[in-house]
Design a protein around this ligand. Sequence first.
Ligand code: ATP
Ligand code: MG
Length: 158
Amino acid sequence: QSVDVTLFLHRIVDRFEMIAEDKEIQFVRKISKKPMYVKMAPDKMTQVIDNVISNAMKYSPEGGNITVALLEQGHQLQISISDQGMGIPRESQSKIFDRFYRVDKARARSVGGTGLGLAIAKELIHAHQGEIWARSEYGKGTTIFITLPFLEIKEGEE
Ligand code: ATP
Ligand code: MG
């Protein structure tokens, strides 16, 4: 199925803005006006983005901005979701995509979750021929990057 990712992301952020109303979280959108199509299973991709945004909220106890950005990079689309939360220590940054891995068990236990969200996200993104990775500064915030192959739709095709 080919999906306009700009609209797709706006809808997800709209939904989270409603949930986040009482939290001190502000969403910032850096999403172009021009439609951008990718081949994706929208329900599965929703699961991925939902988990990444839920993490950004869960691990930003003091609030702050969550920035959802969409960039075109040659033959790829890059989605990034950045928060100003507690961050992830360098040695854990690759492990967070492992099943059941949670940074700092005590801290994680109080927030709730199984440690499966990002492992599932990684599988789903790989099934879409994409990549997912994290860049984080401990104590300052985290950005999760997702790339997906870009599918340009010619006039009249859609
Ligand atoms: P689940 O998603 O299954 O409910 P979870 O959120 O703990 O549980 P993952 O989404 O796989 O599991 O994330 C794994 C771990 O990575 C988290 O427990 C947390 O320690 C760390 N993590 C993920 N995202 C962030 C973030 N934005 N900021 C800080 N730590 C994060
Ligand atoms: Mg999670």
